[in-house]
Design a binder for this molecule. Structure first.
Ligand SMILES: Nc1ncnc2c1ncn2[C@@H]1O[C@H](COP(=O)(O)OP(=O)(O)OP(=O)(O)O)[C@@H](O)[C@H]1O
Ligand SMILES: [Mg+2]
Length: 383
């Protein structure tokens, strides 16, 4: 088998495929143009269902054409096509062609992600859903966040599980999809949710809990259900920010069955969800969440205020235009004044200091501007 990947389809199937292709009126010429191959190769592809020559760059183009009609043309669903490709990836991996396997994997992921994005652009939340989901296509990756090493590793592992989902699935394993982010305001929970969506090329749907929670329990529950239905249809990262709005009410003094029932329906929906979407729920108050909530999630990530070193990193990352002057700054003093500020506060302080430097100090950023801006942030909290 060396140098030549296994067939994607059997000959009988291929004959059917060819018929299907004709029925769909996708010409071999169109396919050839799409894959960037001579017609003879495409004929061979349709006959044998192989990736021409096992060439990765071509494989890449081939995968990209899955969505442009090749799959139906050879009588396969997109899913089957991807599964077949996944099989090839595993085989290539086993045959010691790691690079090829890796490149193919990337190509499949990219095609899948692209399809996810496209699907949403067509199926942007409408009607009731439009009020419940806010869709964005984040551009900020995880590398922009300053995270504790164990937290970063944990989050990156999630991304890898999704990127290499095919390998897991071959062993009947699944990537973790239900995540809980717990920690104080401004420590990067929303930022990480964006980062995960970016890394996976998925749209980020932020759930508008205000829209969900109505006076009428029945209406709230059915709104929640709409959101969970959407997860099946449109793969994405679904972000429930500040879930305490639902969850905290349980067991609280004014616990009048209603809130409790809403929480229960939320938990049941999380439990039952079997989609390919990622659910992230965030909260500031771990103490308000009861064990029943934690149990439904695959993993919980804990966010904290930054260490001194992390604080310095956040500041420096947000003062990129002042590269030279950063060396003159009394960082020990800055560290001291940065204490107890969140990462979000530090970003705001860095930007404030930069603004002051430009407008009031001829573009010279000194320790003074930074200390001034940090103190201003601290005062906001003192009030
Ligand atoms: N860990 C971090 N590294 C770098 N920047 C950060 C970090 N955390 C927060 N920031 C900055 O602060 C902004 C707001 O943070 P974010 O919205 O992620 O906080 P949060 O934890 O979701 O807070 P909240 O609980 O209030 O929703 C980010 O857009 C980013 O600029
Ligand atoms: Mg947030």
């Amino acid at each position: 088998m060396a140098g030549r990947p296994k067939n994607l389809v059997d000959p009988v199937r291929s004959a059917e495929a060819n018929a299907a292709r004709k029925a769909k009126r996708i010409s071999v010429r169109t396919l050839a143009a799409a894959v960037g191959e001579p017609k003879s190769t495409v004929h061979r592809f349709l006959r044998e269902g192989i990736i021409p020559g096992g060439d990765v760059s071509r494989a890449d183009r081939l995968v990209a054409t899955i969505d442009s009609g090749v799959a139906p043309a050879i009588g396969k669903s997109r899913r089957e096509m991807r599964e077949a490709l996944t099989g090839q990836i595993l085989q290539a991996g086993k045959a010691g062609r790691g690079k090829f396997a890796e490149d193919l994997q990337k190509a499949v992921t990219a095609a899948r992600a692209e399809q996810g994005t496209r699907a949403v652009q067509i199926a942007r939340p409408r009607g009731d859903l439009a009020e419940l989901l806010d869709v964005t296509y984040p551009g900020v990756g995880l590398s922009d966040a300053v995270l504790r090493p164990d937290l970063r590793e944990g989050v990156e592992r999630i991304v890898i599980e999704h990127k290499r989902r095919a390998e897991l699935e071959a062993y009947h394993l699944k990537p973790r999809r239900k995540l809980l982010f717990v920690g104080p305001p401004g420590t990067g929970k929303s930022m990480t949710a964006h980062g995960i969506a970016t890394e996976l090329g998925l749209p980020l749907f932020t759930v508008q809990l205000d829209g969900v929670i109505t006076k009428y329990m029945g209406a709230s529950a059915s709104k929640l259900r709409l959101i969970f239905d959407s997860m099946i249809g449109v793969r994405g990262v679904y972000f429930f920010d500040e879930i305490d709005a639902i969850a905290a009410s349980r067991g609280a003094e004014n616990d009048i069955g209603e809130a409790r029932r809403l929480l229960n329906s939320f938990l049941q929906l999380v439990d039952r969800d079997n989609s390919h979407s990622i659910i992230i729920a965030a909260t500031n108050h771990s103490s308000l969440l009861d064990r029943a909530v934690f149990r439904r999630f695959d993993s919980a990530f804990h966010y904290e205020l930054p260490t001194g070193e992390e604080a310095r990193q956040v500041l420096k990352n947000n003062l990129l235009a002042f590269e030279k002057q950063k060396q003159e700054i009394d960082w020990d003093l800055v560290d001291e004044r940065a204490q107890r500020l969140s990462q979000a506060d530090l970003v705001a302080a860095a930007v404030g200091a930069a603004r002051k430097a430009v407008l009031e100090n001829e573009g010279q950023l000194t320790t003074d501007e930074l200390v001034w801006a940090l103190d201003a942030r601290s005062q906001i909290h003192a009030k």
